[in-house]
Design a binder for this molecule. Structure first.
Ligand SMILES: NC(=O)C1=CN([C@@H]2O[C@H](COP(=O)(O)OP(=O)(O)OC[C@H]3O[C@@H](n4cnc5c(N)ncnc54)[C@H](O)[C@@H]3O)[C@@H](O)[C@H]2O)C=CC1
Ligand SMILES: O=C(CO)COP(=O)(O)O
Length: 347
């Protein structure tokens, strides 16, 4: 029996990576016939309190830098190498800020099990040479393993405290059985996992809502109130859906309007996320997003400002910038010296 059990690895250990390690670690013990107990978690090594972060995590069972105050199950073992974490694993969770995925996947290339399956929890897109890809596709292409996506209204600190949340797995056509295995990795009474056959839709919701959250943060910085934020969110949702349908095949409209990955994540991020917080500070202080990320996030990474830039570059290459006035305004304010008060003037 034990030879057939799944072995999980977590590639990433930031704020969300650590929260998900808590859930997955517990579920490994909840289903001992299905999963091996020990889970290796890749940690980008750094020195914290004068010691390697991996050592601190393994001694204290807590990611003291990225998820302080939350105990991780003892079957989560931090390792400083992605290759070591993935060794022998047939289930791979990718949960790194999007900018680090290509380099970490290149490191892993040739070192993963031939039967490995992956799931991307990354909220971002790759834009290169005028083309755009979701990270499930990047991972599939570099590593040659099938990859689904998980995204939802999931502020990591709340999930880590077992406050009720839903999330969504987007799976590929014909891959329901594998999605059901990942469902068992993640689902708990307080973290409820829905599933939809739409990897692109789920991934794009996660990436694009971060751009809308920047706009929502601008409205907060301007003191414009809840109606203005709701308007920006409504227009943002329309642009997200339009973008996904224009540039990706097979995206389902209900992913945007009915799943946790869609409307629910847009709401939570525009009210409680890091992108919103930094965008509010951007308007109030005039500091750059790069500076605010350093000053306000203690090593955590902003995804929305970079995604706004990447989406802008992609739309520019396609001659389509004007078709997405909210995305255009966010880019203009964030990177071109545009005036925040003009956020809605062209919507
Ligand atoms: N934090 C949250 O509430 C949620 C985050 N997400 C998404 O999950 C993904 C991962 O986010 P978080 O876990 O929050 O990360 P985070 O924002 O806490 O990022 C910091 C992580 O990046 C690592 N890192 C720094 N430099 C690196 C390098 N050169 N190579 C590899 N790793 C490096 C750090 O060690 C740390 O683990 C992102 O795409 C994010 O949008 C999704 C849902 C919720
Ligand atoms: O994706 C998130 C919540 O679902 C977190 O958003 P932020 O990266 O803006 O904190």
């Amino acid at each position: 029996m034990s030879a057939q059990r799944h072995k999980l690895a977590i590639i990433g250990s930031g704020n969300w990576g650590s929260a998900i390690a808590k859930i997955a670690g517990k579920n490994m013990r909840r289903y001992p016939d299905l999963f091996e107990e020990q889970v290796k978690m890749y940690v980008h090594e750094e020195t914290v309190e004068g010691q390697p972060l991996t050592k601190l995590i393994n001694e204290r069972h807590e990611n003291v830098k990225y998820l302080p105050g939350v105990k991780l199950p003892e079957n989560i073992v931090a390792v400083p190498s992605a290759v070591e974490a993935a060794k022998g694993a047939d289930l791979l969770i990718f949960v790194l800020p999007h900018q680090f995925i290509p380099s970490v996947c290149q490191e892993l290339k040739g070192h993963i099990s031939s039967d490995a399956r992956a799931i991307s929890m990354i909220k971002g897109v790759e834009v290169k040479n005028g083309n755009i890809r979701i990270f499930a596709d990047v991972i599939e292409e570099i590593l040659g393993c099938k990859c689904s996506a998980l995204s939802g209204a999931n502020i990591a600190n709340e999930v880590a405290q077992d406050k009720f949340s839903e999330t969504t797995i987007g799976y590929r056509e014909g891959d329901l059985a594998q999605a059901e295995v990942f469902h068992k990795v993640f689902d708990t009474p307080t973290f409820r996992v829905g599933m939809i056959e739409d990897v692109a839709g789920v991934s794009l919701c996660g990436a694009l809502k971060n751009v809308v959250a920047i706009a929502a943060g601008f409205t907060d910085g301007l003191g414009w109130g809840d109606n203005a934020k709701a308007a920006v969110m409504r227009i943002g949702l329309m642009e997200m859906k339009h973008f996904a349908e224009e540039f990706f095949d097979g995206v389902k409209p209900e992913t945007f309007t009915e799943t946790s990955a869609g409307i629910a994540d847009l709401i939570t991020t525009c009210f409680g996320g890091r992108n919103r917080k930094c965008a509010e500070a951007f308007v109030k202080t005039g500091k750059s997003f790069e500076t605010l990320e350093k000053e306000l996030l203690n090593g955590q990474k902003l995804q929305g400002s970079e995604t706004a830039r990447e989406i802008h570059n992609f739309l520019k290459a396609r001659g389509k910038v004007d078709d997405y006035p909210l995305f255009k305004a966010v880019h203009a304010i964030a990177f071109e010296g545009g005036i925040a008060k003009e956020l809605t003037s062209k919507l």
